[in-house]
Design a protein around this ligand. Structure first.
Ligand code: ADE
Ligand code: ZN
Length: 326
């Protein structure tokens, strides 16, 4: 399709990507073998066949279990490098990725092991292709605010290589208000903050993330459309919404992609864009997300360009670098 050729050719940025969500079944098995771990699946195909989700939680259970194969700094490097190669192939020139340190420190892996493996791969992509990146440390909202404070203590020696903070994991029952003091501390460190909100949770969680956590972007935010006053506010402020279409489809947030709100968000003047979230689990990296939306929604060239421009606008690149790509 001609629009797909444009999608493939455009330089792009990705702003919502969990590095643990790029762990492909092949690499999961290879790392399990390397680390002497037995996975509860007979084969790569059997693992992939288990990727049938009826909710965010049903995915998170597999996602956290899968991350158990990541043990050494080299494992985190290999994981990150594999994503960066795919991103480069998709013509991503700048990527802002999440990592979930608590998933690893709670299993006895040192913060430094996680951080250095990811950082070394990001630096290699900059050196090899000139690919830019930002690293966002994300807190797990199903855990306590106190646990978030403790992992922030562990992050302090590495803050020169951490560019912002996020909030992810099980949304329902874990509103942004639970983390108001933690995010106040993050802001005091002078770094930007984002939060997942309005994925499974209500539009009220988006309002809380803005008012109580002072976030500069909302991750997902698709349920914002249920609150007209919120839509007006997000449009007026050009608050970015990092939408993940294949994720929404696979997690039954919007099971029918042809009814996905992406186009309605653009028409409402929202700074929405396309991202891949956890591509190893949801069936596609960034370009696949665009192709699926193009097909299901009939996106035009102009809409694709708008989505890509929104993404550069919402990125943490300096203004002159944004100009270069938009
Ligand atoms: N962690 C990884 N992917 C996530 C998602 N889509 N929502 C919340 N937490 C996540
Ligand atoms: Zn996410």
């Amino acid at each position: 399709h001609p629009v797909d050729a444009l999608i493939a050719a455009l330089p792009k940025t990705e702003l919502h990507l969990h590095i643990e969500g790029t762990l492909e079944p092949e690499l999961m098995f290879a790392l399990a073998t390397r680390n002497g771990i037995t996975l509860p699946y007979a084969s790569i195909d059997a693992l992939r066949a288990a990727y049938q989700f009826d909710s965010l939680q049903s995915f998170l259970d597999l996602y956290y279990a899968g991350a158990g194969v990541l043990q050494t700094e080299q494992d985190f490097y290999d994981l990150t490098w594999a994503y960066l190669e795919r991103a480069h192939a998709d013509r991503i020139v700048h990527t802002e990725i999440f990592f979930d340190p608590q998933t690893h420190t709670d299993r006895g892996i040192a913060f430094a092991t996680v951080y250095h493996g990811i950082r070394r791969a990001l630096d290699a992509a900059q050196a090899q292709w000139g690919m830019g990146s930002r690293l966002i440390m994300s807190f797990l909202r199903h855990l306590s605010e106190e646990a978030g404070m403790a992992v922030l203590d562990q992050a302090e020696p590495y803050l020169a290589g951490i560019d912002g903070f996020g909030l992810d994991s099980s949304e329902l029952g874990h509103p942004p208000s639970k983390f108001a003091r933690l995010f106040a501390r993050c802001h005091a460190l002078g770094l930007p903050c984002v939060a997942h909100a309005g994925e499974e949770g209500p539009a009220a969680y988006v309002v809380e993330a803005l008012d109580l956590l002072q976030v500069c972007r909302i991750d997902h935010g698709v349920r914002s459309l249920e609150d007209e006053a919120l839509v007006q506010r997000l449009a007026a402020d050009r608050t970015p919404l990092t939408v993940c279409p294949l994720s929404n489809q696979r997690l039954q947030v919007t099971p029918d992609l042809s009814r996905h709100p992406l186009r309605r968000m653009l028409q409402a003047g929202l700074a929405a864009m396309v991202n891949s979230d956890d591509p190893a689990y949801f069936g596609g990296y960034l370009n696949q997300n665009f192709y699926a939306c193009r097909e299901a929604l009939g996106l035009s060239d102009a809409e694709v360009v708008q989505l890509v421009d929104n993404s550069f606008e919402a990125s943490w690149l300096p203004a002159q670098d944004k100009q270069r790509w938009m």
